[in-house]
Design a protein around this ligand. Structure first.
Ligand code: ATP
Ligand code: MG
Length: 350
């Protein structure tokens, strides 16, 4: 599992408070407060806005970590705090253990230029530059020679399937193509951490779905550490290793898609998850039975969902062997599937 990988990025008690005097709420910069509720109340009562309140999470190497929540819940604020496009009021943001809030401006510029990739909802392309020039632009800022940066730009153009459109201008491209340029540009610098803030929200559903597939294909090759923002739970389900749900600047729950669907922390989380078909969320790995013989049984991957494995029971009513990372971890049976779905519908009162 991705959460077994080392932690790449860690947010600890991060706050972003807007208003007249946001520092008054924090004795020291750590962001740890004795009484969270009280401080939240003081912030609101004094006319300040708590855009991010005591946010803590870890993102592991190679993980796709999704931040979800309604409009205004603080998602963009959090990615901007991590990249210090906005300065957090308090807290720590650790990248490979180093506090990004304490590094010098010079180191920060280095971090942004070399280690970080960012994709925006509105694509953010430079209209007067061609596709090729847009993609090579971050490398130009790095001072890389024209020959090298154009060669690298061509490589990523190929990666995102835009070969042939190098000399087009952004206005000559469809929304999906423009976002491919945005993705290519962010990848040109080979970032160690990749931030995507609602990258597909401006696209119509069909293109959106294609872009999600495309994104997963890229991630299979590149294994980036990713913080991805969306307010679409189905998108989160398709892409996420784990999801953090934000509300009013706070993280309400962090978990795998299945954890959120099966045990939502409160009504707010349930609102997001209630329409999601359980069969698409529960995986073989979550209902695996340890022990018992799996000799001669076909194998299914632990990450396969019930929708994918159920048809196989027609030919293999005795069950299937479940494998994770090439090792058999147990057995999945029709009864285990029925139990999982039945207990779920009971607990939902359905
Ligand atoms: N510069 C600012 N000054 C004051 N308040 C701000 C500022 N920027 C953001 N906010 C407030 O902080 C809160 C969080 O905003 P943020 O942009 O992080 O939300 P979001 O979850 O990304 O929403 P959306 O889904 O609409 O993009 C909102 O209440 C917003 O009005
Ligand atoms: Mg936003």
């Amino acid at each position: 599992m991705k959460t077994d990988n080392p932690v790449k990025l860690s947010c600890r008690n991060v706050w972003k408070v807007y208003g007249e005097n946001p520092d008054q709420f924090f004795q020291n910069g750590s962001g740890q407060v004795d009484d969270l509720e009280k401080v939240g109340q003081q912030i609101a009562d004094s006319g300040h806005i708590g855009a991010a309140c005591n946010v803590s999470f870890d993102v592991h190497e190679g993980e796709i970590f999704i931040i979800m929540g309604l409009s205004g819940s603080g998602k963009s604020t959090m990615v901007r705090c991590i990249s210090r496009l906005v300065e957090p009021t308090a807290g720590e943001v650790l990248m490979d253990g180093e506090d990004l809030l304490k590094i010098s401006d010079k180191e920060l510029i280095e971090f942004r230029r070399h280690k970080m990739g960012m994709v925006f909802q509105n694509f953010g392309l430079l209209p007067h530059l061609t596709v090729l020039e847009n993609i090579a632009f971050p490398l130009k800022i790095q001072g890389i020679s024209e020959e090298k940066r154009l060669a690298r730009a061509r490589e990523v153009i190929d990666l995102v399937d835009l070969t042939g459109r190098e000399d087009s201008f952004p206005r000559q491209l469809s929304g999906g193509q423009q976002q491919r340029v945005g993705i290519a540009r962010s990848l040109a610098v080979e970032p160690e951490i990749w931030f995507l803030d609602e990258p597909f929200s401006a696209l119509d559903p069909l293109i959106r779905r294609q872009m999600q597939d495309e994104f997963m294909r890229l991630q299979k090759m590149l294994h980036k550490t990713i913080v991805f923002i969306t307010h679409d739970f189905l998108e989160a389900l398709r892409l996420a290793d784990r999801i953090a749900i934000m509300k009013d600047g706070k993280v309400v729950q962090i978990g795998t898609p299945a954890e959120l669907v099966l045990s939502p922390a409160d009504d707010y989380v349930m609102e997001f998850t209630q329409d999601v078909p359980r069969v698409r969320v529960i995986t073989a790995g979550e209902i695996v039975i340890n022990g018992g013989s799996t000799d001669g049984l076909p194998r299914v991957n632990a990450s396969s969902n019930l929708e994918q494995i159920m048809p196989m029971f027609a030919n293999h009513p005795e069950g299937m062997a479940v494998e994770r990372d090439g090792e058999i971890i147990g057995l999945v049976t029709p009864q285990a599937v029925v139990n999982a779905l039945a207990s779920e519908s009971n607990s939902n009162g359905a």
